[in-house]
Design a protein around this ligand. Structure first.
Ligand code: C2G
Length: 132
């Protein structure tokens, strides 16, 4: 079984996230998603609208996702790859090159981001609408 892993916050889930998860899953037979905890989001400088528990529940309901684990820090990726017997690590290409150290342990693939959508765009657009 070819196992894939990806990481992210996945807040205000949108079609750009789904595009990423679908393509990641299509690279193997099993997809693990490491979802950032609220505490790690603080470290990343991100404030999620949905809590970790609710973002985890949403991800677990997606057909492309087979397993969801917490992402607590920047240092856990090698351990995650080894302990979960991962063959392929996938991220959107806004992270291009940032995780090449994992090439010792698994294939590393950066997929093109979906243009035109992002969680921050959703927040900004809603602000515009509400402020008239
Ligand atoms: N993404 C995408 N297209 C978009 C928006 C997001 O392909 N329009 C991808 C990102 O490139 C990332 C994944 O969806 O691979 C999740 O995006 P975020 O939730 O913003 O993740 P991020 O905050 O970048 O966290 O250790 C890695 C970090 O946890 C990544």
């Amino acid at each position: 079984m070819k196992k894939v892993i990806t990481y992210g916050t996945f807040d205000l889930l949108h079609w750009g996230h789904i595009n990423l998860l679908k393509r990641a899953r299509d690279l193997g037979d099993h997809l693990t998603v490491a979802i950032s905890t609220d505490e790690f989001n603080d470290i990343k400088g991100k404030k999620s609208y949905h809590s970790f528990e609710n973002r985890k529940m949403i991800l677990e309901s997606i057909r492309y996702v087979d397993k969801v684990i917490p992402e607590n820090d920047w240092e856990q990726k090698i351990k995650d790859v080894v302990e979960n017997d991962i063959d392929v690590f996938v991220m959107g290409d806004d992270w291009e090159g940032k995780f090449d150290f994992l090439k010792e342990y698994c294939e590393v693939i950066y997929l093109p981001r979906t243009v035109g959508i992002s969680t921050s765009k959703i927040k900004d657009d809603l602000l515009q609408v509400n402020n008239g």
